[in-house]
Design a protein around this ligand. Structure first.
Ligand code: ADP
Ligand code: ADP
Length: 248
């Protein structure tokens, strides 16, 4: 069974005259990397945000593992309730939210917490896990992304590439079933792009299930198991062959 299944997803913003995502269906098998491509404004970011539970959907279902984590509620666009993106319009629980990890273009680290504090925060506060155990895992994750020596630094002392790697650790420590990456290198200076992409490639090699929106085409070609091309609210092309996809 797929790790993530999207069934007939319909998303329309409040003030829009047509859906931004119109009857979208696909499934992501466990351990696979899906790259989402499409022109600016085609709904790539919206798609990831609905899966992360940050946007309500007006139709369809989002199934993670064997659980429906999002369900269309035709009225949900009308009154914008915070986090109203869960099952049948219910706000998604903190526990459910930790199962989908997301990293954004703009890293939103807590400025008044150190690197280690940022990574430890959600597992200790939301998941109520043992602090010593969380600390050990946080340090391990920071080592994996090459930030072992930066754990006591403050976010403002880091480069953009380092901040994005901290943001990745902050999501990973929650042990998400799937990781979503939305243009995570778009705001970085060119010399920092590689260090962030390398971390994502390593996660793919380890078998993490992922969905990635990116403008880095060489990276997309190298990492994609499957490509979704969005346009006009629809999936206009799908491919399991990245090489062939990028040939034309
Ligand atoms: P992409 O990531 O492919 O550039 P987006 O998902 O950001 O596309 O946006 C898709 C469409 O939805 C665009 O027309 C955009 O203007 C619109 N949109 C995005 N976010 C909102 C919002 N919060 N409210 C209303 N419209 C939005
Ligand atoms: P609360 O229910 O108290 O609002 P949240 O579920 O919003 O708590 O989680 C608190 C913090 O944990 C968030 O500010 C965010 O930084 C982090 N977090 C929660 N869920 C995720 C996630 N899926 N991916 C990445 N970080 C997350």
């Amino acid at each position: 069974r797929p790790e993530l299944e999207i069934r007939h997803l319909l998303k329309q913003y409040d003030n829009a005259d047509k859906p931004v995502l119109n009857d979208i269906s696909f499934s992501v098998p466990k351990g696979k990397v899906f790259v989402v491509l499409g022109p600016s404004g085609s709904g790539k970011s919206t798609l990831l945000r609905t899966i992360a539970g940050l946007e309500p959907i007006q139709g369809g279902e989002i199934v993670l593992g064997d659980e429906v984590i999002g369900q269309g509620d035709p009225a949900s666009g009308k009154s914008r309730r915070a986090g109203a993106a869960g099952v049948a319009g219910q706000s998604r629980s903190s526990e459910l939210r930790t199962r989908v990890g997301m990293v954004f273009q703009s890293y939103d680290l807590f400025p008044n917490k150190t690197v280690l504090g940022n990574v430890m925060m959600a597992p200790t506060l939301v998941q109520k896990r043992n602090k010593e155990e969380v600390k050990r895992e946080a340090i391990e994750l920071l080592e994996r992304v090459g930030l072992a020596d930066r754990q006591d630094a403050w976010p403002h002392e880091l480069s953009g590439g380092q901040r994005q790697r901290v943001a990745i650790c902050r999501a990973l420590i929650l042990h998400p079933q799937i990781m979503l990456f939305d243009e995570v290198t778009a705001a970085l200076d060119p010399e920092m792009v590689r260090e962030v992409l390398d971390v994502i490639v390593e996660l793919a090699d380890q078998g993490l299930t992922m969905m990635i929106v990116t403008h880095e085409m060489a990276f997309a070609r190298a990492i994609a198991d499957h490509i979704l091309l969005l346009d006009g609210g629809k999936i206009v092309e799908e491919s399991d062959d990245a090489e062939a996809f990028f040939e034309h």
